[in-house]
Write a protein that binds this ligand. Structure first.
Ligand SMILES: Cc1cc2nc3c(=O)[nH]c(=O)nc-3n(C[C@H](O)[C@H](O)[C@H](O)COP(=O)(O)OP(=O)(O)OC[C@H]3O[C@@H](n4cnc5c(N)ncnc54)[C@H](O)[C@@H]3O)c2cc1C
Length: 489
């Protein structure tokens, strides 16, 4: 049997700064570069075809880079342990190389299973950490130092000139044929960002060339932030770019002496990215319940009617509906509007954060479990350690979309309403509704909730919950485990 090294790709779909690939090449053995489309993961409630289309585009992009070196990513469809079993019947796998994944329970269980399987077969599995996220940490002591050391360390570019690749045996390829699944994904949606390192780099370059100048000024604006934010999140989430690469790119930009505050703000967000993933790595039960367990008893009964209205963008609150419809269509929303959607669901509609979690995960093209769960819970106010912000959607709308440009784009029913009236269309008189060709309750819903009343009630119940002894006890535990008194040490 042919001796090979197996490089198992997951959320690290790039050819640059790739330690597992780099180390596998150093082994000197021919490499099988593998990505597996896993039915169990595809069926997960957090998964959407937009994610898999992005993955496919990213693999196609990798293949362009690998082609001159005779390389190609093999894609198979099936469960990883079963595929490994079959591979070991055909190849003498000397080692497996991959990045550690801070993922959902399905990938965590799969990794444990694979680990046992490889141990049984005496195949060493080299797993590399990335993003400055450290496995097995008990607290945050000196984590900032660890992170900075990582992002400033040497980029691990594979030496493809000394690599040799194998193409997988036809019998295995046809047994785990990925083509039917890939075909089922259909064509790309032009409203969504396309996958791949090349596209990621285009966003990176255009950001620093021009867009960065408005980064801090427009960051909260739903329309303007689409241009002024970096838009790198899906490229990080699926690994088309590494955090280290981008951090170092930003360091070079700093030396040019322009937009320094904006670049510093951007770099601090790269730090947040990894900070949240580290938190989830250390407490992955957050996928299923509040990090502060004291809050679990305060859950309200789910109301499917309001949840459906929220999911579809039919709540009757224009900015909320515009945000949700835009997210459904494009897979992207800026931070503040994501936070507002969660705040509206959990505070104004009094729903437990979990009822909206999978929908948002499916809609975010950049779904990253390590950011998603901690952010969702922070915005829902169930950590007990963060200041709770209840975003008033009308104020957000007036402050950040004053002319209603974003609203009119995504809620065309309201497009004829003048900007000063668009934030609260339920206040329009019958005559105004006729004039602006909208009938509230008929072609645009009446608000499903009173913002002022529910906001006040939510504030009261959050304050009361925060005094609960179990919440306070948990808050102490969370502070000790997940925070570092010396920030940016
Ligand atoms: C409820 C909720 C869920 C979220 N889920 C995700 C998610 O699944 N995946 C995801 O990448 N981001 C998530 N975020 C964080 C944030 O909204 C996005 O990272 C950001 O909007 C992406 O846009 P950008 O790349 O243009 O960001 P930029 O502002 O250009 O920032 C650069 C990078 O820094 C990181 N970053 C920026 N803001 C944050 C933040 N607040 N927390 C952590 N990292 C940040 C991202 O990697 C981002 O690409 C979530 C926020 C909220 C409120």
């Amino acid at each position: 049997m042919e001796k090979i090294s197996l490089v198992w790709l997951k959320r690290d779909l790039r050819c640059e700064d790739h330690e597992p690939l780099s180390e596998a090449i150093k082994s000197g053995l021919p490499i099988l570069l593998l990505f597996v489309f896993e039915p169990s993961l595809i069926a997960a409630p957090q998964s959407d075809s937009r994610h898999w289309r992005f993955v496919l585009q990213s693999i196609q992009d990798m293949n362009k880079t690998l082609f001159p070196f005779g390389g190609k990513v093999t894609t198979l469809f099936g469960e990883v342990p079963k595929i490994i079993e079959h591979l070991t019947e055909k190849y003498d796998i000397r080692s497996v190389y991959s990045h550690q994944e801070t993922g959902i329970k399905i990938t965590y269980d799969r990794d444990k299973f694979v680990s046992t399987l490889l141990k049984d077969k005496s195949i060493p599995w080299f797993e590399f950490s990335q993003q400055g996220v450290e496995r097995g940490r008990k607290n945050r002591e000196r984590w900032n130092n660890y992170w900075f050391a990582h992002v400033k360390s040497k980029i691990q570019n594979p030496d493809f000139l000394s690599a040799s690749f194998i193409q997988i045996e036809k019998s295995i390829e046809s047994k785990f044929d990925s083509k039917p699944f890939l075909k089922s994904l259909g064509s790309a949606n032009p409203l969504m960002q396309p996958g791949g390192t090349l596209n990621g780099k285009k966003y990176l370059e255009s950001f620093f060339k021009d867009r960065v100048k408005n980064y801090s000024r427009h960051i909260s604006k739903p329309e303007l932030s689409r241009r002024s934010c970096s838009r790198l999140s899906p490229y990080f989430a699926w690994g088309c770019l590494s955090i280290r690469q981008v951090f170092q790119h930003a360091e070079v930009e700093v030396t040019k002496g322009k937009n320094l505050q904006a670049i510093a703000n951007f770099q601090s967000r790269l730090h947040w990215h990894c900070h949240f993933i580290q938190k989830f790595e250390m407490e992955c039960s957050m996928e299923f319940g509040s990090i502060n367990r004291g809050f679990e008893k305060f859950q309200n009964k789910a109301n499917p009617i309001v949840i459906e209205a929220w999911e579809k963008g039919e709540t009757g609150i224009p900015i909320v509906d515009a945000c949700m419809r835009c997210l459904i269509q494009t897979g992207y929303l800026n931070f503040r509007m994501r936070a507002m959607l969660v705040s509206f669901l959990t505070h104004h509609l009094s729903q437990y954060w979990k009822v909206g979690s999978n929908h948002l995960a499916r809609m975010f093209l950049d779904f990253e479990p390590g950011i998603h769960y901690p952010q969702l819970q922070m915005q829902a106010g169930v950590t007990g350690i963060n200041t709770v912000r209840i975003y008033n959607p009308i104020k957000q709308s007036q402050d950040h979309d004053p002319d209603g440009i974003f609203i009119k784009k995504w809620v065309p029913e309201l497009s004829e309403i003048p900007s000063n009236l668009i934030h609260k269309p339920w206040e329009l008189s019958e005559m105004e509704q006729q004039l602006f060709r909208v009938k509230i309750g008929l072609n645009y819903p009446k608000p499903i909730v009173s913002i002022e009343m529910e906001g006040a009630l939510a504030r009261e119940s959050i304050w009361a919950a925060q005094k609960d002894p179990e919440v306070l006890k948990e808050a102490k535990r969370i502070l000790a485990k997940h925070t570092n008194s010396k920030r940016w040490s």
